[in-house]
Design a protein around this ligand. Structure first.
Ligand code: GUN
Ligand code: ZN
Length: 430
């Protein structure tokens, strides 16, 4: 039997640390281990006991490094990798100036594949093992992303980004072609290996009511697919939506009226919500995705994490690259912490880590499969060096518990902290 045993510090969650408090929700072992078999986690426990129970397992000892589930980035745009960190614009100008010209290039399959390979390698280097990505209107861009993920054994979510208005010539489809192309991609990719399809209207301003209705009908035909879009990111955008959809009471209703509100819906940003929108999200069990580096970079606003969690709304965490300014989920956790501080509700490191792993996994309806070290989950792991730079090391040296040891890496860490990453039971560092 081909078994691998990884040794190091291990942190596991038994529950949501927003719901139960982090002490009760988590377990830390200073000398723990994980057994991997057939691409899955077979056991998690104390190192000595696992060594005795699995004497023939091939051992990798990470010493004091911390073994965690791989990070799960619940909302990003791989076609925007090339324009990350573009200066000086707010959302609508940023889309028109930087994003749309770059997305135009993805009709060429070889360019799409180059950018998909680049993005997935950057993600892995930062410890991210699953991403939910928007693609472009081109089917080629979706194929390229799923093929690049399949070549790496990664489980990803992706979908063709549909737009039939308020976008330049060359980046517009139609209600019919959005339906047909998305359907063909679902038939090819959804459930193939570790691939999952998300029906993807970009956001209400770039889809006519007819296109939203066509995609709502497609979701009704394929209810096991996810649906990802944007919601209430900037106030100018919300005013624009109000003008485009005068009959809708609020932004969420532009989706709801067209069959695009559901439990498997993922609504990125969700910053400036009306009470009715919060009520409806809570009632249907839909997830929102917090994109903190994007929200500060594009100047969107301060997401209300405490408010969402208090209503029981599932929340994922995401980079939103290239509106987000970092590929790192560590940097993303740091930005979530900072936004919490600005709202007077600081997040505990346990809550930040949970959001970046199990929280995002649950938002993607992949709880138990990814974002966890529980037996049966895919063996997607991230091994963190908690002393990766002199600045971090001198702080973590003084730590009195694992949370104090981890927090400097959350706040100051980057890809240098990622000692190793495992995907489907194989180390990407060799
Ligand atoms: N809203 C519609 N499209 C986008 C996008 O590409 N990035 C961000 N941050 N917001 C959007
Ligand atoms: Zn986005």
């Amino acid at each position: 039997m081909d078994e691998k045993l990884l040794l190091g510090q291990v942190l596991t969650f038994m529950d949501d640390p927003f719901a139960r408090g982090w002490q009760a929700a988590s377990r830390h072992s200073t000398r723990g281990g994980i057994v991997l078999r057939d691409g899955r986690i077979a056991a998690t426990g104390e190192a000595d006991a696992l060594r005795r129970a699995h004497p023939r397992a091939q051992v990798t000892d990470y010493g004091e490094a911390l073994i965690l589930p791989g990070f799960v980035d619940a909302h990003m745009h791989y076609p925007q990798t090339g324009i990350i960190a573009s200066w000086g614009k707010r959302l609508i100008d940023w889309l028109n100036s930087y994003t749309f010209p770059e997305e135009m290039r993805f009709g060429e399959a070889s360019y799409a594949r180059t950018q998909a390979d680049l993005t997935l390698d950057l993600a892995l280097a930062h410890g991210t093992t699953t991403l939910a990505s928007f693609c472009t209107i081109h089917s080629e861009s979706v194929t390229a992303f799923f093929e690049a993920a399949e070549a790496r054994g990664m489980g990803v979510v992706a979908g063709k980004t549909c737009m039939d208005r308020n976008a330049p010539e060359g980046l517009r489809d139609t209600p019919r072609s959005a339906f047909d192309d998305s359907k063909a991609l679902i038939e090819t990719w959804h459930g193939r290996g570790r691939a999952a399809y998300a029906i993807t209207p970009r956001f209400s301003p770039t889809s006519t009511p007819d296109q939203l209705a066509a995609l709502g009908a497609l979701w009704a035909e394929h209810p096991d697919c996810l649906m990802q879009t944007h919601l209430s990111e900037q106030t100018d955008e919300i005013a624009w939506v109000r003008g485009l959809f005068p009959q809708a009471r609020d932004y969420l209703e532009t989706y709801e009226r067209h069959g695009l509100l559901g439990e498997r819906g993922l609504y990125g940003h969700a910053i400036h919500l009306e009470p009715r929108e919060i009520d409806r999200l809570a009632e249907v069990g839909a997830a929102v995705v917090h994109c903190p580096t994007s929200n500060t970079f594009i100047g969107s606003g301060l997401f209300d994490m405490a408010g969402m969690k208090a209503r029981g709304i599932p929340v994922g965490l995401a980079t939103d690259t290239g509106g987000g300014s970092s590929f790192s989920m560590l940097r993303t956790m740091a930005a979530a912490y900072e936004i919490g501080q600005l709202r007077g509700t600081p997040l505990h490191p346990a809550q930040l880590l949970w959001l970046a792993t199990e929280g995002s996994a649950r938002a993607l309806h992949m709880g138990g499969q990814i974002g966890t070290l529980a037996p049966g989950a895919h063996a997607d792991l991230c091994v963190l060096d908690l002393a990766s730079t002199p600045a971090i090391a001198q702080r973590s040296d003084r730590a009195e518990d694992i949370w104090e040891a981890l927090f400097p890496t959350i706040m100051m860490g980057d890809d240098r902290a990622v000692r190793d990453v495992w995907v489907s039971g194989a180390s990407r560092r060799g």
